[in-house]
Ligand binder design. Sequence first.
Ligand SMILES: NC(=O)c1ccc[n+]([C@@H]2O[C@H](COP(=O)([O-])OP(=O)(O)OC[C@H]3O[C@@H](n4cnc5c(N)ncnc54)[C@H](O)[C@@H]3O)[C@@H](O)[C@H]2O)c1
Length: 344
Amino acid sequence: MDFNRTVLVTGGSGFIGSHLVCSLVDRHPDWRIINLDNLDYCCSPRSLESVEDRANYTFIRGDVCNSRLVNHIFNTENIDVIFHLAAKTHVERSFETPSSFQRVNIDGTRVLLGAAHQARHQPQRFIYVSTDEVYGASLDQVFDESSPVRPSNPYSATKAAAEYLVQSYWDKYKFPIIITRSNNIYGPRQYTEKVIPRFLTLLQRNKKCTIQGTLPKSRHFLFVDDAINAFLLVLEKGIVGEIYNMGTSCEIPIMQLARELVTMVKKVPDSEVQDWLEFVPDRPHVDLRYPITCEKLQQLGWRAEVSWAEGIRQTVKWYQVHPDFWSDASEDQEQIQSQLEKAE
Ligand SMILES: NC(=O)c1ccc[n+]([C@@H]2O[C@H](COP(=O)([O-])OP(=O)(O)OC[C@H]3O[C@@H](n4cnc5c(N)ncnc54)[C@H](O)[C@@H]3O)[C@@H](O)[C@H]2O)c1
């Protein structure tokens, strides 16, 4: 079958990537969607079960840092659009193993950019999915896209460095890049190390929500369906060379988040919520909040449509219906790993 467009999604087996891949495959049967992912510990092949047999979907298991593989993909497929999501994403792990974050997030972006730029078939768009964390924290200033970048952990530092690489291909070659910087995205299938699934998984195992530190941390949460609509809008209407903040005014203190989840999952009265909270030491530095404005994206016609109440309801329900999704996934990962080790 001839396809009208070929889209390469890197990190398409991860949380956001799998939602993006499923939407692209469903909404655009005339587009070919290629997912390049090395199936790191944080993803499950089950996230893409609904599309794995579809004629317009192809999965390539591989590393974005592998220049031979990435060049081969660009030399053999006529890639029109790249959504680059593959990354190491967990802030706390980034303090433990910063070099792996540098390798995947910076080198991987360099390899992908170089291959895309040199491809015979010139891509129309290279969309780099970055984060609001590149701004660093703010107590009162609201960041727009021209605000200075001041990352404060190895994860956000590598995302910022990758942004500069991406931007340089626009500055030097007018290579058609777009950068998105989004708030915390949440929803079904997110790996259990991120705050919402972490709390939900603890509560499902009858354990307390562990709140790190006593400082009043809060996060802006964007439901994954709204984020996917934003990515697809940026693809069609975004201006090349531009950066788009992607976020919501829904700011939730982490303490309130924990209390809401306890009430929803444990169905206890207010007086007993505290019994399900436990305070643990914080990491040395933690950003309190990342407020951003999204006027540029809104001018393209985007609005977040899913309320916090609805988004968290859908998320909690998904984790209740799939309590073993992530424990099964780690067993799958162990099996894959031991098969790979035996094959070596
Ligand atoms: N989740 C959020 O709240 C959020 C917010 C803003 C930006 N982002 C960005 O969005 C992107 C996706 O985030 P996510 O939450 O889905 O993360 P995730 O950790 O769920 O997914 C990352 C994916 O990248 C893959 N990957 C890792 N290393 C790879 C490599 N070397 N080669 C190929 N694939 C590799 C993993 O297997 C996984 O499927 C990331 O770039 C992240 O920085 C996420």
